[in-house]
Write a new protein. Structure first.
Length: 280
C-alpha cells in the first residue's frame, strides 16, 4: 500500500500571462537580421537595415501609391475552368483556395485615383494568387484598364508581379499576351503615357508582353525579371550564368530598364515622371 500517489496533471500556462512571439519577428533573407514585423510593415516591407524588398500584396501597394479616396474597380471578374484542368488537384480547387487566401477573385486589382496631383489608372498584380499567373481574367482586367485610360486620357501604370501565363487555361491564357499588347498599341497611338513597374518576380508571358512595353520601364531593386528562369537557362545552354543575372541591376546595366527605384521613393518618382511626360 502506497502512502502517496502522483496525479498525472498537465502543467498549463495561465493564458493571461503567456507571451506569444510567433509571427512578430521576420528574418531578412539578405542581411539575416531579425526585424520586428511592425517596423517592417511601417517601412513598406523594406528591410530598414539593408534595403531588401520583401514582396508586398496588391492592396497595400495601391494604398502606398494613390491618395485617399481612390476607387477599386473591375473586381467582379472570375476565372472559369475552360479545360477542366487537373494536375495534383483540380484547377477549380486552386482557384477557390487562392480566392479564400487573398480575398480577391483573381491575381490583379484595378484602381482609379490620384497619384500626387495626377489622375491615373493603376493596375497591380497579386503574386499570392497562384503565383500572379496571367489567365483570362488578368488579361481582361488589364484590357479594361487600358480602355479606361483611352476613355479618360489618364496615364496607365501597371505593376507586375507574376510567374507568367497561367498554364491551367492553355491557349486562352496565351492569347492574353496579344490582346493586352494590342490595347497598349492603341494607347501609344493616342499618346497617353504608360509606365511599367516590375517587381520581384516578373517572368514568363508577362515579361514577354506588357511588362516590357512601357514608355518607361522601371523596377524595384533586386527584382527577378526575365522570360525563363535562371536554372532553365543554365540547363539549356550548359553554362553558368553571370552573378546577378536577370536581377534589376543587371538588366539596367544592359539596357533593358530605364531606372531602378526603391519602394519608398516610388510614389514621388512616378509623380515627377508623370509631370515630365504630360508636359511633353
Amino acid at each position: 500500500m502506497s502512502w502517496f500517489k502522483r496525479e498525472e496533471n498537465e502543467i498549463v500556462n495561465d493564458s493571461e500571462r503567456t507571451v506569444r512571439t510567433e509571427g512578430l519577428w521576420v528574418r531578412c533573407p539578405k542581411c539575416h537580421q531579425v526585424i520586428f514585423k511592425a517596423d517592417l510593415e511601417a517601412n513598406l516591407q523594406v528591410c530598414p537595415k539593408c534595403g531588401y524588398h520583401f514582396r508586398i500584396g496588391a492592396r497595400p501597394r495601391v494604398e502606398s501609391l494613390l491618395e485617399p479616396g481612390y476607387q477599386l474597380v473591375d473586381l467582379s471578374l472570375r476565372s472559369t475552368d475552360p479545360l477542366e484542368f487537373t494536375d495534383l488537384k483540380p484547377y477549380k480547387g486552386r482557384l477557390a483556395e487562392a480566392q479564400k487566401k487573398t480575398g480577391l477573385n483573381d491575381a490583379i486589382v484595378n484602381a482609379i485615383g490620384d497619384l500626387g496631383p495626377h489622375p491615373v489608372v493603376l493596375s497591380v498584380m497579386e503574386y499570392s494568387f497562384i503565383g500572379g499567373s496571367m489567365g483570362s481574367v488578368v488579361g481582361e482586367t488589364i484590357a479594361r484598364a487600358v480602355d479606361r485610360s483611352l476613355e479618360t486620357g489618364h496615364p496607365l501604370i501597371i505593376i507586375s508581379a507574376s510567374g507568367g501565363a497561367r498554364m491551367m487555361e492553355g491557349i486562352a491564357s496565351l492569347m492574353q499576351l496579344a490582346k493586352v499588347s494590342a490595347g497598349l498599341a492603341k494607347l501609344d497611338d493616342a499618346k497617353i503615357p504608360y509606365i511599367s513597374v516590375m517587381t520581384d518576380p516578373t517572368t514568363g508571358g508577362v515579361t514577354a508582353s506588357f511588362a516590357m512595353l512601357g514608355d518607361l520601364n522601371i523596377a524595384e531593386p533586386g527584382a527577378l525579371i526575365g522570360f525563363a528562369g535562371p536554372r532553365v537557362i543554365e540547363q539549356t545552354i550548359r553554362q553558368k550564368l553571370p552573378e546577378g543575372f536577370q536581377r534589376s541591376e543587371f538588366l539596367l546595366e544592359h539596357g533593358f530598364l530605364d531606372a531602378i527605384v526603391g519602394r519608398k521613393e516610388m510614389k514621388q518618382y512616378l509623380s515627377q515622371v508623370l509631370s515630365w511626360m504630360k508636359s511633353s
